[in-house]
Design a protein around this ligand. Structure first.
Ligand code: SDX
Length: 429
């Protein structure tokens, strides 16, 4: 009978320790018993970027990075992308099960009837410069929502939490659309509660004076599938941020503003914007070999490639690539696709990329589709944040329900100065 333990010998003292193993993991606090002198603090693990540290137990999303597997609540992303829709996947992610028809109808009704924002939010957004980045406007406005719903600070109340969850999921498309219209100097288009989730977003973004404006259903469905693919991705940087802020019992609006700020970074959800800027800079497929030499010489990153978890093709990128063809049927082919395909072709063959398991990730092809649909590049991180709102909130709920969780407060290895006395100004060299 094998023992589920790890035996560790501290060669400094010859002392041996037996550490329990659970889920192929040891509890970091079990290291603290390893010390040279009884008065020592005890041993810690050092893990910059948390590359090998589990911060929580979760039942929401499963990723197998080696096999390129992604499942929400056990359902493969490929099946959900083909058979489900964003509102249903949002329900599944938050509540853990696929909804019955009545549960779905009630949930869809709730989301459709909380799309409006307070009129003061419009005035708040008017204060941004004309060229304010839409993602910065999104982050600021989400934080500002907390001033309209003070009951959101009652995070112990399940009812209060659910009210804010519905509000955030319903309102982020409106905030996104208002950010876009502001950046274009266009009047805001109010939500139309008769429309579906992505249909309403496209309506608020695109409608001008037409009285018979209709959203293209193929584009609405393509965006719905893209949104499903972006709902959650276990403990990524933005979600980890949501959990860190949420662990101090901050309200969900303030927590999510922080999560969105983390997502904005070009190494994370801001990569979709960085990919497009990279493709435009390359300009033509014939410049790809020269560009790739620059990447191999460490002069820059190949944006949209590589992943902390996937050491195989990101399953989302595979699905997104298929959606591109459906969208281009309507919008016309995006010429940047040729550059992207050439980058991928070389990366999948070249030893530098193969050795480092650098495959296209979710951000590589999504931007090409968004641009073909007419979205300005600066809107791409916002289009990531809208669906990820569901994942952030589901993970936030799970955090608050987990009695083993505490306020996040990592330790450090101090390598600074020892004690020294204050030196008067005239005595300093
Ligand atoms: C997202 O975590 C998630 O789940 C995130 C996400 C989600 O849904 O929430 O999936 C969304 O953020 C996708 C990733 C989008 N970011 C990009 O496309 C930016 C480009 N990618 C890199 O910045 C990088 O790949 C990361 C940040 C995504 C992952 O970095 P890691 O895990 O810290 O890996 P690393 O930096 O240790 O890289 C390992 C090696 C290094 O080379 P060596 O020092 O070992 O020689 O690979 C190299 C890196 O230099 N490398 C790259 C590269 N990514 C890694 N070299 C060139 N181009 C790249 N893109």
């Amino acid at each position: 009978m094998t023992k589920e333990t790890l035996t560790v010998t501290d060669n400094r003292t010859g002392q041996t320790y037996e550490l329990p193993i659970e889920h192929d993991t040891i509890n970091a606090m079990d290291l603290r018993q390893i010390r040279v002198d009884p008065g020592d603090f005890g041993m810690m693990a050092y893990d910059p970027g948390f590359k090998n540290t589990a911060s929580t137990k979760s039942t929401i999303t499963f990723i197998d990075g080696g096999k390129g597997i992604l499942r929400y609540r056990g359902y493969p992303i490929e099946q959900l992308a083909e058979k489900s829709n964003f509102i249903e996947v949002a329900y599944l992610t938050l509540f853990g099960e696929l909804p019955t028809q009545k549960q779905y109808d009630d949930w869809a009704y709730e989301i459709r009837h909380h799309t409006f924002v307070h009129e003061n939010i419009k005035q708040l957004m008017e204060a941004f410069r004309y060229d304010a980045h839409p993602m910065s406007m999104f982050i600021s406005t989400v934080a500002a929502l907390s001033t309209y719903y003070p009951e959101a600070r009652d995070i112990e109340s399940a009812d209060a939490r659910m009210k804010q969850i519905v509000r955030l999921i319903a309102k982020v498309p409106t905030i996104a659309a208002f950010s876009y219209r502001h950046s274009r100097g266009l009047p805001y288009v109010y939500p139309n509660n008769d429309l579906g989730y992505t249909e309403n977003l496209l309506y608020m973004l695109d409608k001008m004076g037409q009285t018979d404006y209709a959203v293209n259903p193929t584009l609405a469905r393509a965006l719905d599938v893209l949104f499903m693919l972006h709902v959650d991705h276990e403990q990524n940087c933005g979600t980890a941020t949501m959990r860190v802020i949420g662990s101090s019992h901050s309200d969900p609006y303030s927590s999510m503003a922080g999560a969105a700020a983390a997502l904005f970074g070009p190494l994370h959800g801001g990569a979709n914007e960085a990919v497009l800027r990279m493709l435009v800079e390359i300009g033509d497929a014939k410049h790809v070999p020269e560009f790739m030499e620059g990447v191999k010489n460490r002069e820059r990153l190949l944006m949209g490639f590589g992943h902390r978890v996937y050491k195989n093709y990101d399953p989302r990128a595979r699905i997104i690539k298929k959606i591109a063809d459906e969208v281009f049927e309507i919008t016309g082919r995006n010429p940047l696709l040729d550059i992207a395909l050439e980058l991928e072709r070389i990366a999948l063959e070249d030893e530098f990329f193969v050795k480092r398991n650098l495959y296209p990730n979710v951000d590589f092809y999504s931007g090409i589709i968004y641009q073909a649909m007419g979205f300005p590049v600066a809107m791409f991180p916002v289009l990531f944040a809208i669906p990820r709102t569901v994942g952030w909130l589901a993970q936030w709920q799970e955090l608050l329900a987990d009695s083993t969780q505490k306020i996040a407060r990592p330790r450090q290895i101090y390598l600074g100065e020892g004690t020294r006395d204050y030196v008067a100004m005239d005595a300093r060299s």
